[in-house]
Design a protein around this ligand. Sequence first.
Ligand SMILES: C[S@@+](CC[C@H](N)C(=O)[O-])C[C@H]1O[C@@H](n2cnc3c(N)ncnc32)[C@H](O)[C@@H]1O
Length: 212
Amino acid sequence: MDEDFWQARWRDNRIGFHEAEPNSLLSSHYARLKLEPGSRVFVPLCGKAVDLDWFVGNGHHVIGVEFNQRAVEEVFERNGLSPQVRMVGQHRHYSAAALDLFAGDFFGLTPDMIGSVDAVYDRAALIALPVSLRRRYVRHLFEITNFARQFLITLDYDQTQMDGPPFSVPADEIDVLYGGRYRTELLESREMTGPISKRCGGSENAWLIEPA
Ligand SMILES: C[S@@+](CC[C@H](N)C(=O)[O-])C[C@H]1O[C@@H](n2cnc3c(N)ncnc32)[C@H](O)[C@@H]1O
């Protein structure tokens, strides 16, 4: 799952992961993040998720990163914003109002680039990555967000039934990835829905991950 893989998905409009409405697990459990107005929320591998707009609409500052430049530009366009654009190293940084989005590689982001982070929202980011990359992803996320608390949405299904992405990341892997430094709490588990549920059964799980 390198950059070419994802750019091809965007180019061919194979973006079944994109949701037309804000994620309902987020809106149901958002209060558990205990965010003050003006809190800074980091959204890794953000795509053009409408959840970005949702956080801004709820009074937060959103920082995101996404390989696909066109997806980033669409977020500003649909919000009627004309962003300032400048290059920061290898990344194209788009900034307007309460939105700062970086077009480029998540693994190239530094803490200075994204600034302070109060919370992380991870939907279809951890589970977009193969197992060989997940530990590195989680460590980099810890590092650039200074161990901020996280709202994480995962899938749990029989990986032998289907290839990812999205990948199955069961509870025992969550423990291994986040345990020790974090306390993990399963907020809700519900049956998988959407296109993937037609291919196999499984659950969609919302986690609150807080520093221990
Ligand atoms: C499954 S999609 C989820 C997008 C978004 N979180 C959502 O809920 O719609 C994963 C996204 O991560 C992006 N991506 C994958 N690896 C990345 C990386 N290393 N850096 C930046 N973006 C990446 C892909 O281009 C893709 O848009």
